[in-house]
Design a protein around this ligand. Structure first.
Ligand code: LMR
Length: 347
């Protein structure tokens, strides 16, 4: 890992800076209200909502809380931030439309749920693409990642920042999975279609996307045989209680984009926007620095609970999966763009 990558992984993503610059020229009303002095009287009184679907003990929730703390403190309580975890406010099915309608100001969805908006969001689902959270951050902070974020603007949505969760692992109820052949004939829940669907069809397995808040029941009732997720999502939602086998594979990732509504963003005066920008920076820093540790702690807890039989693939076994999943690159390399895939591979 180069020094530059390490530093860039911790810095605010350039799109936020660009978005701020673009929105800073905002409406006349904003300019009148605002000024750039940053004195407390310039700060708008606001309540903003952050909604997400995962549990509290996760990188995403820790990041959201850090963002809330930073914003509330810096605004002297003038800006209130309400954080709704566990799909309490909106779930996978309705959160995006509610962001577009400005009923919620910040979402942090798994990019696999945005593939219908743009195929670039398939990147975290491309098998064995990134070797670490930092490599993923370097891609999303870089020009190709930022270009993909920008494509959300057609919906009135701004991609502000990349937050990692981490590598996903396979769980299922039918048999230990040690080779690509073991996956054949099983049915998996995925976060979204396109590449994830292709991953399973390539392995001669079935897949269906199911919202996160319906997943425990789907696994318990056998609607699907298995699913893929990060240790922190598996542990915090207790999927290991309803899955007999887990294979540590890291073939795909859960990665997030923190996003906001363009109209909301342009309604902020410079002093208010600066506080929220700093809050986003803080949340990003916490999510990025804690994701790996939260996931290792979650793995230790899953082992300790002893509900699921764990199999850690060897390097050779991983290479067999890598080989078996090559057709995903043949098809989706073109759809996503070979230049984008190449850039991601070089991180
Ligand atoms: C899932 O649906 O499994 C994950 O995308 C949830 C999340 O937001 O991490």
């Amino acid at each position: 890992m180069s020094k530059f990558k390490k530093i860039s992984a911790l810095l605010l993503t350039p799109v936020l800076a660009l978005s701020l610059a673009a929105c800073g020229s905002g409406s006349k009303e904003t300019a009148k209200q605002g000024g750039t002095s940053g004195s407390n009287s310039d700060i708008q009184e606001l309540t903003v909502k952050i909604s997400h679907v995962v549990a509290e003990n996760t990188p995403k929730h820790k990041g959201a809380l850090a963002m809330k703390d930073a914003i509330e403190k810096a605004s002297g309580g003038k800006i209130k931030v309400q954080v709704y975890p566990n799909s309490q406010l909106f779930g996978d099915k309705d959160e995006y439309q509610n962001l577009v309608a400005n009923n919620v100001q910040f979402l942090i969805p798994d990019m696999a749920k945005l593939v219908g908006n743009d195929p670039g969001f398939n990147i975290p689902s491309m098998p064995f693409l990134f070797s670490s959270d930092k490599a993923a951050a370097a891609f999303w902070d870089g020009p190709k990642g930022q270009e993909i974020f920008k494509r959300l603007e057609k919906d009135g949505v701004l991609g502000l920042s990349f937050w990692p969760n981490g590598p996903k692992h396979l769980t299922n109820n039918k048999r230990p999975i040690k080779s690509p052949e073991d996956v054949k004939g099983l049915k998996f829940r995925t976060q979204g279609g396109q590449v994830l669907e292709k991953v399973y069809s390539t392995l001669n397995a079935g897949s269906v996307s199911i919202p996160f808040n319906e997943l425990y029941t789907a696994l318990q009732q056998g609607t699907v045989d298995g699913q893929e997720n990060t240790f922190s999502n598996i542990e915090s939602k207790k999927f290991d209680e309803v899955q007999k086998y887990m294979t540590v594979m890291g073939h795909t990732r859960v990665d997030y984009v923190l996003m906001t509504n363009t109209k909301f963003w342009s309604s902020l005066n410079p002093a208010t926007k600066k506080i929220i920008e700093d809050g986003v920076k803080k949340g990003t820093e916490v999510a990025r620095s804690e994701a790996d540790k939260i996931n290792s702690d979650a793995y230790a807890k899953i082992k300790q609970r002893g509900k699921t039989q764990i199999y850690e693939l060897s390097k050779d076994e991983i290479n067999k999966f890598r080989e078996a999943m090559k057709p995903v690159y043949d098809e989706y390399g073109k759809i996503i763009g070979e230049d984008i895939i190449k850039d991601a591979m070089n991180r």
